[in-house]
Ligand binder design. Structure first.
Ligand SMILES: N[C@@H](CCC(=O)N[C@@H](CS)C(=O)NCC(=O)O)C(=O)O
Length: 204
């Protein structure tokens, strides 16, 4: 396989997803760090060479660049046990990964970013006004996962898949965004199951 380099900010759960996927698969990954708070992903060089969308993560594979965390996880995991072979389960895994990007991350991760890194006092009025809707959206997403995990050990099938890896990063740190994990007991058990997977690494 070509050399793998993760262009990342280690505070980002989207970047951690890729690091975790590589670790669970035993793939060597070089890490090149940027500080998103200092605009380091918005420089002309970054936009030209790494990601025209001005964001991390981007997975560099040899001399090719693949932005979007879930696409990068898919690249790493294709043909491994982290992607189900059953056709329905594979599509169901994608369902959770799209859910992560549309229902979970924009609410759960954004509130963590605003409250932990930007600081409530530094938010714009536009951002402050969005907090209640983001809180409601995040609670709804965590509730849907919790209900599913009350009946299943894993989001899809009978073992961990990219669905679990995509949703673990921002769920396990959701309290930094004001959510309470104790309100979601089935999520807590699932988090522990992921942490016991062979090769698991914690977020920096
Ligand atoms: N959908 C993208 C989201 C990427 C994203 O939002 N990255 C954030 C950090 S988690 C970022 O780079 N923010 C810096 C900026 O927008 O300037 C993915 O899953 O990779």
């Amino acid at each position: 396989m070509d050399k793998l380099t993760l262009h990342e900010d280690p505070r980002s759960g989207n970047c951690y997803k890729i690091q975790l996927t590589a670790a669970l698969l035993g793939l060597p990954l070089e890490r090149r760090k940027y500080d998103i708070m200092r605009g380091e992903t918005r420089t002309p060089e970054f936009l030209r060479d790494v990601n025209a969308n001005g964001r991390i993560p981007t997975l560099q594979i040899g001399n090719r660049f693949l932005p979007e965390s879930n696409a990068a996880c898919w690249y790493l995991a294709e043909g491994t046990k982290l992607i189900p072979t059953d056709r329905f389960e594979r599509a169901d895994m994608l369902r959770w990964m799209f859910f992560e990007q549309y229902n979970h991350e924009p609410n759960v991760a954004t509130l963590r970013f605003w409250l932990l890194f930007v600081g409530e006092g530094n938010l714009s009025k536009f951002q402050r006004d969005q907090i209640p809707a983001k809180r409601a959206g995040g609670e709804a997403a965590l509730g849907i996962m919790n209900d599913h995990l009350a009946k299943h050990d894993w989001l899809v099938g009978k073992q961990a898949s990219l669905a679990d890896i995509a949703l673990y990063p921002y769920t396990h740190v959701c309290e930094a965004g004001g959510f309470r994990l104790r309100d979601y007991p089935s999520l807590c058990g699932w988090l522990k199951r992921i942490e016991k997977l062979k090769g698991f690494v914690s977020m920096d």
